[in-house]
Design a protein around this ligand. Structure first.
Ligand SMILES: NC(=O)c1ccc[n+]([C@@H]2O[C@H](COP(=O)([O-])OP(=O)(O)OC[C@H]3O[C@@H](n4cnc5c(N)ncnc54)[C@H](O)[C@@H]3O)[C@@H](O)[C@H]2O)c1
Length: 279
């Protein structure tokens, strides 16, 4: 089950904003544990070094990281070429780069709006633009195309009154899901599957590092307790919950699954803890 031996994975955003397990880092390591050779990009050398350290600690040698800004087309093309040079092919593409900036249409600057679209949507567009031709060529050569998994957020479809407002993030992640479905259908006869993992509230380094500051909460512990209470299952998820979903969608076990979303949110978008207690 979920054996990725012989496959090559390209993970965009394979680092983590701080020490520990971000979604991209956990995904890169899990893909490698399952037997894939993994090429990771990140805009931060330090974040990539952290992932290399985790790979080394587990003796996972088929890993290569390259500093790349996934919003810059030429850099993405060079990274894809580098991956092909080293590993010969790309079977799996994970577009994990993303992050939110707070603001409503009035308070969010035009510049930050553009940055949100670039970071959450253009990165996936450019990943697909440069990887898809290789997957299509592979499909024509040996019948093995590829699988693309894009990382979205429940911010695309769930809004809490009095909660965090981030219209640029919500719009760009909703756009990412639509982009995924449209690309899936465009390539459905060309050997490429495209799916999206829609991520709920995760206890990743991003929460303690960035959100504690942005949300003006006293401590990371306070923020974690607040967010745990909002999840029907009783706790936030973690990067491994995301990584497990990605590995499944990327694997041959998901061969008949394309153009869909897998929501990994502990039930947040379907219900609230209060609703469960009242039953
Ligand atoms: N953590 C959560 O609670 C949560 C919830 C929903 C969705 N998500 C999504 O999961 C994904 C990853 O989240 P995370 O918590 O692991 O975040 P993270 O910030 O720890 O990891 C993202 C990585 O991408 C890198 N990156 C940023 N901009 C880049 C660029 N232009 N080019 C290349 N690399 C770049 C960062 O350096 C970082 O290492 C994002 O798409 C995010 O929107 C996270």
């Amino acid at each position: 089950m979920l054996d990725l031996t012989g496959k090559v994975a390209f993970v965009a955003g394979a680092g983590s904003v701080a020490d520990g397990w971000g979604n991209g880092r956990a995904t890169a390591v899990l893909l490698a544990r399952q037997g894939a050779r993994v090429f990771g990009t990140d805009s931060s050398e330090e974040a990539l070094a952290g992932t290399s350290a985790m790979m080394n600690a587990e003796g996972l040698e088929n890993w290569l990281g390259r500093r790349t800004d996934m919003t810059a087309s030429e850099e993405v093309r060079e990274a894809v070429d580098d991956c092909i040079r080293h590993f010969g092919r790309i079977d799996i593409l994970v577009n994990n780069v993303g992050g939110s900036a707070p603001g409503d249409p009035v308070s969010l600057s035009e510049e930050d709006w553009d940055k949100q679209i670039d970071r959450n949507l253009k990165t996936a567009f450019l990943g697909c633009k440069h990887v898809l031709p290789h997957m299509e060529r592979q499909f024509q050569a040996d019948g093995k195309g590829g699988a693309i998994v894009n990382i979205s957020s429940i911010a695309s479809m769930s809004y809490q009154v009095g909660g965090r407002v981030h219209v640029g993030y919500a719009a760009s992640k909703a756009g990412l899901e639509s982009f995924s479905r449209a690309t899936a259908i465009a390539y459905v006869r060309r050997g490429v599957r495209v799916n999206t993992v829609v991520v709920g509230m995760m206890d990743t380094p991003l929460v303690s590092h960035r959100l504690t500051k942005q949300l003006g909460v006293g401590s990371a512990e306070e923020l974690v307790a607040k967010r745990n209470a909002l999840v029907p299952i009783g706790r936030m998820g973690n990067a491994w919950d995301v990584a497990n979903a990605v590995v499944f969608l990327a694997s041959d076990e998901a061969a008949y699954i394309t153009a869909t979303q897998l929501v990994v949110d502990g039930g947040v978008t379907a219900g609230r803890p209060g609703a469960i207690e009242n039953n």
